[in-house]
Design a protein around this ligand. Structure first.
Ligand code: DAT
Ligand code: MG
Length: 140
């Protein structure tokens, strides 16, 4: 498997509880390098666009309101098999199902307030990186 880039968000529940550094440490311990990073606060329109794939799901409004409730940290992670590796470090969507040692097992509050987002495939990784970063901001 080649070197990949993936997109990550440290979500409002985690920034609010001052967990940014502990979550970044988990990525770095797994061999993922931070090649871009910024702290921002989404508008409702931006959150709705980013999570557009979930617009018909019953939790969509709750998800978008949560994502704009506090600042977030958006990052690009790089490494061997980075997309799958990041999903592994994150753990299952529902923290009750997440494996020991994963970010969601250690930090997530609920299935909705689950501390991190990570791209699920090469196509979505490319789209999500381009949504938040220009090429000039990616410094490998
Ligand atoms: P993931 O973030 O693991 O890729 P997903 O893409 O299925 O999970 O869903 C996106 C986010 O939507 C998820 O991180 C939290 C929220 N979500 C998913 N299922 C939910 C549910 N049943 N109730 C509330 N929020 C949910
Ligand atoms: Mg997803």
């Amino acid at each position: 498997m080649a070197i990949q880039r993936t997109f990550s968000i440290i979500k409002p529940d985690a920034t609010k509880r001052n967990l940014t550094g502990q979550i970044v440490a988990k990525f770095e311990e797994a061999g993922l390098r931070i090649v871009a990073s910024k702290r921002i606060q989404l508008t409702l329109a931006q959150a709705q666009q980013f999570y557009g794939v979930h617009s018909e799901r019953p939790f969509f409004d709750e998800l978008c309101e949560f994502m704009i409730s506090e600042p977030i940290v958006v990052q690009v992670l790089e490494g061997e098999d980075a997309i799958a590796k990041n999903r592994e470090v994150m753990g299952a969507t529902n923290p009750a199902d997440a494996a020991d040692g994963t970010i969601r097992k250690e930090f997530a509050l609920s299935i909705g307030e689950n501390s991190v987002h990570g791209s699920d495939a090469p196509e979505t990784a490319a789209e999500e990186i381009a949504f938040f970063f220009s090429g000039l901001e990616l410094v490998g």
